[in-house]
Design a protein around this ligand. Structure first.
Ligand code: PEP
Length: 255
């Protein structure tokens, strides 16, 4: 069994304000800032990234700073957008691409997701590439086909070497923020198919090394059972990442 270090990310989405941010980061630094058995990442809204970077540095925390989005151009007339080098400038080390809300609420295409993924990697950022099927696709038996297609589009042009800097997050769309979680067996089956696809796209060694997170209503109460599956290497957490106790509980369940 390959030895993959679990990775748990907290995606705060468009939530919290400065005072809540401070309290959450202080609590996380205290409870899990010294954890080095799990790669822990928090992804605050853009406007609080600098504030969180300073708090993580001041506490010498092991928690890594992630961004929820990125733009693929390096600079220029792209009102409202943020580049990879700007994120690096303030201490961001990893970005999300392909999150289901960016795909299905904000209308991002596979082409755009791929461009963002490549730009982040090119700039030296790590990437959590999110993939996952909608409920009607699951009901039609298309779960693996959708995941594998999103994997191919999202990773187009990503080299074998760059795969060291990629985490995949399998997030069934119907499970995100709904309280409905994939069963450990269903999640494991999807993760297994994703890993097999990576072996075909790259190599067995690369597929064995890539962390595949589960995301979708993961909570302290169900995390341990999900993370015990052989191909589930941690989680990407939305709602439960907004509460210190819950997120720390999930991180501790990972390792
Ligand atoms: C997410 O936003 O990636 C997510 C998994 O959300 P939640 O944990 O709230 O379902």
């Amino acid at each position: 069994m390959p030895n993959r270090k679990p990775a748990v990310g907290g995606n705060w989405k468009m939530n919290l304000h400065a005072a809540d941010v401070d309290a959450l980061v202080d609590g996380l630094n205290e409870q899990i800032g010294a954890n080095n058995t799990v790669d822990t990442i928090i992804c605050p809204p853009f406007v609080y990234l600098q504030r969180v970077a300073e708090k993580l540095a001041a506490a010498s925390s092991n928690i890594q700073l992630g961004a929820q989005d990125i733009y693929y151009q390096a600079n220029g007339a792209y009102t409202g957008e943020i580049s990879a080098s700007m994120l690096k400038d303030i201490g961001v080390s990893i970005v999300l691409t392909g999150h289901s809300e960016r795909r299905h609420v904000l209308g991002e295409s596979d082409t755009l997701i791929n461009a963002k993924t490549l730009a982040a990697l090119e700039a030296g950022l790590d990437v959590i590439l999110c993939i996952g099927e909608k409920i009607e696709q699951r009901q039609a038996g298309q779960t693996d086909a959708i995941n594998i297609a999103q994997l191919h589009y999202g990773l187009a042009g990503v080299t074998a070497e760059q795969m060291q800097n990629i985490i995949i997050a399998y997030e069934p769309v119907w499970a995100i923020g709904t309280g409905m979680t994939a069963t450990p067996d269903d999640a494991q089956s999807a993760h297994d198919a994703i890993r097999k696809a990576l072996a075909i796209m790259y190599s067995q060694d690369i597929a064995d090394a890539v962390r595949i997170q589960y995301g979708g209503s993961c909570k302290p109460g169900n995390a341990a059972e999900l993370f015990a599956q052989p191909d589930i290497d941690g989680g990407l957490i939305g709602g439960a990442s907004l509460k210190t106790e819950d997120f720390a509980g999930i991180v501790n369940a990972a390792g």
